[in-house]
Design a binder for this molecule. Sequence first.
Ligand code: AKB
Length: 333
Amino acid sequence: VTKTGLTAVMSQRLCSSSAPRVLITGSMGQLGYPLAKKLRARFGNENVVVSDIVKPLPQVYKEGPYVFADILDFKNLQEKVVAYQIDTIIHFSALLSAIGEQNTPLAMRVNIEGLHNILEVSRQYRLKLFVPSTIGAFGPDSPRNPTPDLTIQRPRTIYGVSKVHAELMGEYYHYKFGLDFRSLRFPGVISADTQPGGGTTDYAVEMFHDALHPNCTHKCYLSPDTRLPMMYVDDTVDSIERFVFDTTSDQLSRRTFNVAAMSFTPEELAGEIRKHFPQFRVDYKVDERQLIADSWPQVFDDSGSRKEWGWNHEYDMEGLVNVMFAKLNEIHA
Ligand code: AKB
């Protein structure tokens, strides 16, 4: 090996030895893969272990470690943490709001029992743990415009209840056992190349896909004036990276924070989409998801995140619509 070659190998070693070793659960959902890409670019492919219980496309195996990790199987989790020398877990596995209402027992198992396993394995092996929370952790008794970080939380979905439980359990493990637990409450997340599944805010993603089909009328299950907080996926991924990997524990006065970017109604989004596709039509036919949306924040107050750990979003509604159509055109080209 030449001297420069050796230096390169050594600096690679130095880099990788100081890099975190991250396990992402539920990686084949909307957020796992985009986050893995970002973290792998920063920390190296081998240092970010992507996991789920599904068999992904072959390309996923080529990009770095992909493992079967069932969050309901404690031993399986322990094994992954030990085998891959994990020091940080990003725990995405969960059933979202609308699907959770259709199968409450499963939502309780995945969102609550699964979380207990993740908390315990994190305590045993002294890991850092990030668990996303949501606007759905608030309910009809919470102030809706704006919704602050600390206020009444009495959600009426099993998803919301499980997320309040996750916030409280994580904070309990932090104060009782010193676990470095962190959580961000996310708005509806919008992305072009990964799909959400079973959420109440999913209409916004579906609108973009339908707009690309000239003869398709989007059927919206929320009323035209339902205002909800939303965020483009790149902002979501940035917030996790910054909050988990660029913020020290002593910077934080608490463990759970709201993050926000924009709020809009279906009618407002359709109006912005019509700037690109003037023929875009929407039929409104509300279903049971309206009740969920009506109990959620309309505008999210994230001033705590902005002040304490420097959160700043990049995409507003106009930026979101531009980037979504640019990405979707690339995908369909
Ligand atoms: C859902 O709609 O359930 C999720 C969320 C806001 O947490 N997208």
